[in-house]
Design a protein around this ligand. Structure first.
Ligand SMILES: C[S@@+](CC[C@H](N)C(=O)[O-])C[C@H]1O[C@@H](n2cnc3c(N)ncnc32)[C@H](O)[C@@H]1O
Length: 294
């Protein structure tokens, strides 16, 4: 981390109320976030960073971004969590980019069942799961596709760098007004009506929750799991990284996938042909080379 940070304030910010994020503090925060989370904050992200960190300053009772940067430097890894939780973009929704869930039902899960007919082990990773809508959708689809008897050893690993969203995801509780894209049949099968403090919410049923393990994990760090996974969802995450980081990550995903397994990425993301052992087989769906289908 750079050692000294001066309190400079740009003219364009001075019109806003509250502490202003100066050039040096913005550069320092961009550097720390880039180094530790891989998230690239371009020069046009100053207002976004200021807005997202304003609450953190209030929580810590700090009067300025200069004092926050000094605090961050002194607290080290402890405050890194607070910084990253504040900075990440966690936008998500149920059945976002629904074609991935349709593909999951129509061929990804059936192929995985066939490939793993001996072990009956099927594994899916939701990497960058945010508040958990994505892994809960995977679980709903799997509940419809996998036979209940004899049971498959089916598990979803759902990870995110942001410990706040992981905590929210683990609760499995969602306001009903955020669930309009979940069909009434699915809602009824997989959720129950919340009551008391959860009035107006849907609460994931045990069967659904038990398929998912939520963990905090920085995709840039070492991964504790061995794999192989049959499908990896890493959607709308790599968009925040620079190209070398994306390429490295895609190669690491390929090593975690079973031959013939699938990687689903976000609508505005792509994998460069030849940079990893993947073939584009559908809209933002990549199949790892090898396995029964070549
Ligand atoms: C826009 S959300 C995408 C959520 C979901 N995958 C979807 O497509 O709806 C991006 C998520 O990536 C997470 N993220 C960003 N950098 C990360 C990193 N280095 N390691 C793990 N997760 C990261 C953020 O915390 C955020 O929750």
């Amino acid at each position: 981390m750079p050692n000294s940070v001066s309190a400079s304030v740009s003219n364009s910010d001075s019109a806003h109320y509250g502490p202003q994020l100066g050039d040096a503090e913005f550069d320092f925060i961009r550097h720390v976030v880039g180094e530790n989370a891989g998230i690239v904050l371009g020069p046009n992200k100053r207002q976004l960073v200021q807005g997202r960190l304003a609450r953190r300053l209030r929580e810590l009772g700090l009067p300025s971004y200069e004092s926050y940067c000094n605090y961050l430097r002194d607290a080290g890894p402890e405050e890194l969590v607070g910084l990253i939780n504040a900075i990440t973009t966690n936008v998500t929704s149920f059945f976002r980019e629904n074609h991935h869930f349709e593909a999951l039902a129509s061929y990804m899960l059936p192929e995985a069942m066939k490939r793993n007919s001996g072990s009956r082990r099927v594994r899916i990773w939701s990497a960058g799961c945010s508040t958990g809508e994505e892994p809960h959708c995977i679980a709903m689809v799997a509940g419809e596709v996998l036979p209940s008897s004899p049971r498959y050893d089916f598990k979803i690993l759902a990870t995110d760098i942001d410990s706040d969203v992981v905590a929210a995801a683990t609760s499995g509780i969602y306001p009903l007004d955020r669930m309009s894209s979940v069909s009434p049949e699915r809602l009824k099968r997989s959720f129950q009506k919340g009551s008391g403090e959860h009035e107006g919410c849907a609460v994931a049923k045990h069967d659904l929750k038990s398929m998912i393990t939520f963990r905090t994990l920085n995709l840039l760090h070492a991964w504790p799991m061995k794999g192989p996974f049959d499908v990896i969802f890493c959607r709308n995450v790599m968009i925040y990284f620079d190209q070398p980081t994306r390429e490295k990550l895609v190669n690491r995903f390929s090593e975690m996938l079973a031959p013939g397994g699938y990687l689903c990425i976000g609508h505005s993301e792509s994998i460069h042909a030849g940079s990893a052992p993947f073939k584009l087989v559908g809209k933002t769906i990549y199949r790892r080379n090898g396995g029964a289908n070549g």
